[in-house]
Design a protein around this ligand. Structure first.
Ligand code: BT5
Length: 325
């Protein structure tokens, strides 16, 4: 595609001028067509200057586009194909649309989402500066093991945040990534399956990266990497790291899963806490006693009975330190 070629040529000549005539000649298109593609790249966020000397890209744009992510990405299959969109309703919706014909590891990423989704049809704020992406995975596992991919994704994000920024990232059941009790990332895994085989899993990962945390209402107990670190992070570096860790942890999910499961449990912010569970069939309180390999949470109620929870919301009732007093 000429537009892609123009983008590549400008990135290659980063900071220098490339004449419009040369571009037109090498791509065998008119100068007007070059101009049209430049306009389209500008609308995607590329700051391309135009003068008598031609076109110039002064700096790499802060965009998570395929070429930029792939240079330096160390994975076998995750991220081999990346569909980058300036805006989408939801990367999960788009990923599910293309999943049946997409290859294992395909990624859909958007700079903003206009209808970002959380669990149970809740909405997910997805302004510019965050990382909103979905990874299509097609492991050969039965559908019953799909929760492991969800758990693997949480482990992957936690590892990435710790590895890149030294943040102590914890996992709040079922799958929120917390740093210091505040949510910095949410994960939504959806699957397409037959009775006995998983066709695909779409693992949607939303990371509040370079976002002003004041944007989130206090009751969400949300934060962002910008809020935690006091500086902007390289979203490209973070996407690469998360994709690398997703590949490692999802391969683990496909084999024995022991390693990823242990880590999921070790990183739990919920175990040992007093919690309120809001499930489809009602609400109750108790102590979060154990986590099972199928992703469920075992809660001991105040009357001593144990309840196994597969899905629902979990509210941490008191900070862990108070529990020890
Ligand atoms: C989640 O839902 O935590 C899963 C979020 C998954 C988002 C990713 S982004 C890429 C992909 N495409 C999508 O459309 N979705 C996935 P849940 O646990 O239900 O949390 C939703 C609740 O968190 C909302 O009801 C708000 O209270 C709060 N919330 C909304 N936006 C938030 C944000 N950016 N950061 C933290 N909390 C948020």
């Amino acid at each position: 595609m000429s537009k892609e070629e123009i983008r590549e040529a400008l990135i290659e000549e980063l900071g220098s001028w490339t004449s419009g005539e040369k571009l037109a000649e090498s791509l065998e298109i008119s100068r007007a067509a070059v101009w049209k593609h430049v306009q389209s790249l500008r609308s995607e966020g590329y700051e391309i200057e135009a003068s008598k000397r031609g076109y110039r890209l002064a700096a790499l744009p802060d965009l998570i586009c395929e070429d930029l992510v792939k240079s330096g990405l160390r994975t076998e299959f995750v991220g081999r194909t990346i569909h980058h969109h300036p805006a989408l309703a939801s990367t999960n919706i788009e990923a599910k649309r293309i999943a049946p014909s997409a290859e294992n590891g395909t990624v859909v990423v958007a700079e903003v989402q206009t209808l970002g989704r959380g669990r149970m049809e809740r909405s997910w704020q997805s302004p510019k500066g965050g990382i909103w992406m979905s990874v299509i995975l097609k492991p050969e596992i039965p559908p019953a093991l799909a929760p492991q991919l969800n758990m693997a994704a949480a482990v992957a994000v936690a590892r990435a945040l710790e590895g890149l920024y030294g943040l102590e990232a914890k996992i709040k059941w079922p799958n929120d990534i917390l740093v210091g009790e505040r949510k910095v990332c949410g994960i939504l895994t959806e699957i397409g399956a037959e009775m006995d085989s998983l066709e695909y899993a779409v693992v949607g990962i939303g990371i509040n990266a370079n976002i002003d945390p004041a944007l989130f209402p206090e009751e969400w107990k949300a934060t962002s990497l910008f809020g935690l670190l006091g500086r902007e992070v390289s979203r490209l570096e973070l996407v690469r790291k998360v994709l690398e860790e997703v590949e490692a942890a999802s391969c683990d999910a496909e084999s024995s899963f022991d390693g990823a499961f242990e880590e999921w449990r070790d990183r739990s912010a919920t175990l040992g806490r007093r919690v309120r569970i809001i499930a489809r069939n009602g609400e109750f309180e108790g102590m979060a006693e154990s986590l099972e390999a199928d992703g469920s949470l075992l809660v001991r109620k105040d009357d001593g009975r144990k309840e196994r929870v597969f899905a629902g919301d979990c509210i941490h009732l008191r900070p862990a330190t108070e529990m020890l007093e």
